[in-house]
Ligand binder design. Structure first.
Ligand code: AGP
Length: 372
């Protein structure tokens, strides 16, 4: 009913709007007065966590994209090697797992059969499994050694939005916690990252206030067949997520690429007026990547692409190469996906509406996939 949707036309719109609160709720109660993490709910002892020599993330769909992003944070903050694998592929390749492997299973529903089978396989090999889940008491957390719940609240729309942002927050908390118990040099940075994380909710709020041009752009592209998405570093999984949203909601051919791969093949797809969404890394800090993506934009525009550029406020270098410019607040590199994904959610939702599709219940899809 309309009341359940909180006055929004679709659950998806309501859930997009709830993201600032979902992020705040996922941080709540997990940081003590001194600014340290108190993840007592992670019932894997500090001594066991100190012994972890490899992290393996298993998940599907949007949760898999959260895992791809988390890898950057985990390896950067803990220096523990991290692999990310589609849960549906995992057990079939006889992965190398032992007691020192920490497996993180990410699932909104907690009922995804592929992810469940992956974690069962990991536990059979003696690995510890930590679930990151949004549904209390569901099967995946029940079968795991420990669980860190995301507090996004119920997510009804088939397309995952607020769960994704909170999965990122939860993964980052786990990464920082690993750093904290292991006392790596990154332990000192925990306070800074926690402070930055606590600003993300209001950054998302600001993004949400400026979405009208994104909706208008989406409507103007309703007749297109294809949209490509490009990103680098953590912007690459953001591009994959933007493309997945568009596939499931707008039923359009959408593909995400690592921008550096363009010249290895995908640039052949560029033709006149093809919409290409480009997720631009911050010009601060990792300016090398920024420069590279600016030249990628030049290259595709020279071949006729219509660029839709998502870039940080104040990034003037992108202006000459942007047919459409979507601004996001400046954030530290690893946190950028939490703000950069939001316009892509709005874009896909509006395109679906413009094409007359059912937003909350896309064809052929179920909210949780309980078969392999
Ligand atoms: C996301 O928009 C999709 N509907 C889908 O990819 C989903 O993320 C995937 O099926 C995993 O679901 P889970 O998080 O409930 O395990």
């Amino acid at each position: 009913s309309a009341a359940e949707k909180g006055g929004y036309d679709y659950f998806m719109l309501k859930e997009i709007a709830e993201q600032p609160k979902a992020v705040a709720d996922t941080l709540l109660g997990r940081i003590d007065a001194a600014g340290s993490l108190t993840l007592d709910e992670v019932r894997i002892s500090a001594s066991e966590l100190r012994e972890v020599d490899k992290v393996v993330i298993v998940a599907c769909g949007t949760a898999f994209h959260a895992g791809l992003i988390a890898k950057y944070a985990i390896e950067h903050w803990t220096r523990i090697p991290c692999e990310v694998e589609l849960a549906s592929e995992f057990r079939y390749r006889d992965p190398i797992l032992d007691q020192q492997t920490l497996v993180i299973a990410i699932s909104q529903s907690g009922e995804t059969m592929d992810t469940l089978m992956a974690l069962r396989h990991a536990r059979e090999q003696g690995s510890k499994v930590l679930a990151i889940c949004n549904t209390n008491g569901s099967t995946i957390p029940r079968e795991s050694d420990a669980v860190l719940y995301t507090h996004a609240g119920p997510e009804v729309a088939v397309a995952s939005t607020k769960a994704f942002l909170t999965q990122l927050v939860a993964c980052y908390l786990v990464a920082l916690y690993l750093g904290q118990v292991r006392g790596t040099k990154w332990g000192d940075e925990i306070h800074v990252v926690i402070r930055d994380l606590s600003h993300i909710g209001s950054d998302v709020e600001r993004v949400l206030e400026t979405m009208e041009p994104v909706r208008a752009l989406a409507r103007s592209l309703a007749h297109k067949n294809t949209v490509l998405f490009l990103g680098r570093h953590v912007g690459y999984p953001v591009a994959l997520e933007g493309a997945l949203k568009l596939k499931e909601l707008a039923y359009m051919h959408a593909e995400g690429f690592a921008a550096g791969e363009l010249k290895h093949g995908p640039i052949a797809l560029i033709e006149d007026d093809l919409p290409v969404v480009v997720v631009v890394p911050s010009p601060r800090g990792r300016s090398v990547l920024h420069d590279k993506i600016v030249s990628n934009m030049q290259e595709i525009r020279a071949r006729g692409a219509r660029t839709i550029v998502i870039a940080e406020e104040g990034d003037e270098a992108v202006v000459p190469y942007a047919d459409h410019l979507i601004r996001i607040p400046a954030t530290p590199t690893l946190l950028q996906p939490m703000v950069a994904t939001v316009p892509l959610q709005v874009f896909a939702c509006e395109l679906a509406t413009a094409r007359g599709n059912e937003v909350d219940q896309p064809r052929n899809l179920a909210k949780s996939v309980t078969v392999e």
